[in-house]
Ligand binder design. Structure first.
Ligand code: PSU
Ligand code: MN
Length: 320
């Protein structure tokens, strides 16, 4: 038995993979725990449409009935959006989630494991997990980052939320030799804020150069992910100062309420949204969609790049 035996790949996704058509994998935890119903269903479907509009095929990942699902029907998305007791399943939870036979909403970490096993080269999430503020004391570091050190996949995102310590998040990725590239921007974005205040380690504007960098990274034998960031659109972004104040309040609230571990992210996000009068969940939805659009474009460019690289390889063995 290998992980491949656990996968139920949607026929459209399987056809795309077999034909070398670009595929973008997506997580389901953001549907079940990241946004409220019905915004979560709207967002999940709009994200899939954004990937399609770019010419790629979306593959939302989840767990159900002992299987890893790669690509969800609309009915299933509705179920993951409304299911009250569907657990958050990160990388370490996958084995139990599969054995228990129940549904599970996969985080970035567990989704990239599944996506890579299915042969998918691109994954998109608006906000990746990271090093939490106060991590020196709590040791709360998202296993998303640990997984990026282990799984060779391109992760397209709008950076990470400013509920995290983004400076430490960048340091952690550097330590783990995970390239961080900002696409058409100088800054590492903070999800619904256009800049985290931290410059990005690398900027690339040309999708073909980006695809080439990923190709070479693999050729060098690296099996880490490549994190590619794209900032939210100007009109969707939340003012950094507004976000900062709301986040600081929410974090204090979490501490006072004794919220810890895997519940912190959802708790703080909800509090920030209430404090900003629903501004951040609207921005959250918008940034999910705009990030997916860019992920689709980059996956299509990478598929083109790989096609021309393999043509060159056949004709001119010394070039690629
Ligand atoms: N960031 C968001 N929205 C989310 C998450 C992160 O902006 O919903 C979710 C993702 O599923 C991510 C997970 O993989 O939180 C990370 O959780 P933790 O920090 O507990 O590892
Ligand atoms: Mn955590």
């Amino acid at each position: 038995m290998t992980i491949g035996d656990l996968l139920d790949v949607d026929p459209e996704v399987a056809d795309a993979l077999a034909a070398g058509v670009a595929v973008v994998a997506l997580e389901s935890n953001v549907i079940t725990h990241g946004l409220e119903y019905p915004r979560n269903v709207e967002a999940a479907l709009a994200v899939q449409n954004a990937v399609r509009a770019a010419g790629a095929v979306p593959a939302t990942v989840a767990v159900d009935a002992g299987r890893i699902l790669i690509g969800l029907t609309d009915n299933r998305i509705e179920r993951f959006a409304t299911g009250r007791r569907i657990p958050k399943v990160s990388s370490r939870d996958l084995g139990y989630a599969l054995a228990s036979g129940g549904p599970g909403a996969t985080t970035v970490a567990s989704s990239v494991i599944a996506a890579h096993a299915a042969g998918i080269g691109h994954f998109c999430s608006a906000g990746i997990g990271g090093v939490h503020r106060g991590a020196a004391r709590t040791m709360d570091i998202s296993s998303d980052l640990i997984q990026f050190a282990r799984t060779p996949i391109v992760v397209v995102c709008a950076g990470a939320k400013n509920i995290l310590d983004l400076g430490l998040t960048l340091e952690y990725l550097e330590t783990q030799s995970v390239p961080v590239i900002s696409y058409r921007s100088d800054d590492f974005p903070a999800f619904y804020c256009r800049s985290s205040g931290f410059p990005s380690p690398l900027r690339i504007d040309d999708p073909m150069v980006l695809a080439g960098a990923v190709h070479r990274h693999r050729q060098l034998g690296s099996s880490t992910a490549v994190v590619v960031t794209t900032p939210p659109r100007e009109e969707d972004a939340v003012d950094s100062e507004v976000a900062r104040v709301a986040v600081e309040e929410a974090l204090l609230d979490a501490e006072r309420s004794g919220v810890r571990g895997k519940d912190v992210t959802a708790f703080v996000m909800r509090r920030v949204d209430t404090a900003t009068g629903g501004r951040t969940s609207a921005a959250n939805q918008a940034v999910l969609i705009s990030t997916a659009e860019v992920a689709g474009e980059l996956a299509v460019a990478a598929a083109d790049f790989e096609r021309s690289a393999s043509t060159l390889r056949k004709g001119e063995p010394h070039h690629v």
